[in-house]
Design a protein. Sequence first.
Length: 317
Amino acid sequence: MRHRIYDSLEQMPVVIEPEQDGSRSLDTLLAWCAEQRAWLDDTIHSQGALLFRGFDIETSADFNRFAGAQGGDLQNYVGGDSPRNEVDNKVYTSTEFEADLEIYLHNELSYAGWYPSRVFFFCQVAPGGGGQTTIGDSRQIFETMRPDIADKFSKKGVAYIQNLHGGEGFGKSWQQTYETDDPAVAEAHCRAHDVEFKWTDYGLWTRIVRCGVIEHPVTGARAWFNQADQLHALLASARVDPAAAHDLDEERWPCHATYGDGTEITPEELQEIRRVFTEVEVLFPWAEGDVLMLDNLITAHGRKPFQGERRVLVAMS
């Protein structure tokens, strides 16, 4: 195998390709990865993203096998906010948000009771136009962020509030979010992950306080690690029908984010966060069969709007 920095990009992702046609098979790739485990771990901890291109990875089962071998036990998307469909055992569509909606940089499940250390994306059908999975170095985001904002997020963390409907409403229901129809199972998940909750006439209200900045457990690097901008009521309105948004009250608004102490994140601070995201994001065109592996603790990801068909799958470990 050979590896290189992606053409025209300065840092990420590192591209791993077969040197000859005979090394394209998934079995050959898995054997090489096993031999190069230490190098792969060191590289993803330093560079944040690896792109495997040109290998015989064609189906969700191939992707499941590869991701499981690189990241350990794959996990369900319990507690996640994005609309997704499970297509294989713990392999999901990356998102079912509308094609014209941009998804800004974020770290997977940074707002939830748990988060993966590694995230894998598999391009099964490349988009006809746009649709890049954007990535960004969360360490660079933290270093670039205005110091007063970075300090607030470091010290206060972020509180995420959700109103999950019981079958009719905006966003995901609590049944979809917790992948169960049993209220006791949802409650058990909340208790196990320090999620404050209460049942309402609308459904399930939850609140959890998470970090705004994280320290990598292996390298010690500090990195921006939150989804406050996407889940803030001011910016999350893109996910709600604008014609109906004015009719929503606090008990039916799908989500909101504040600082961990309950103080509001200002519109000006949100604008600054989005400005930094735009400044640091990296994007490249997908090729069918590509697998992108991210260190979720130091690499954020997003998605550009697209035209035509696009099928990108995700797995988490």
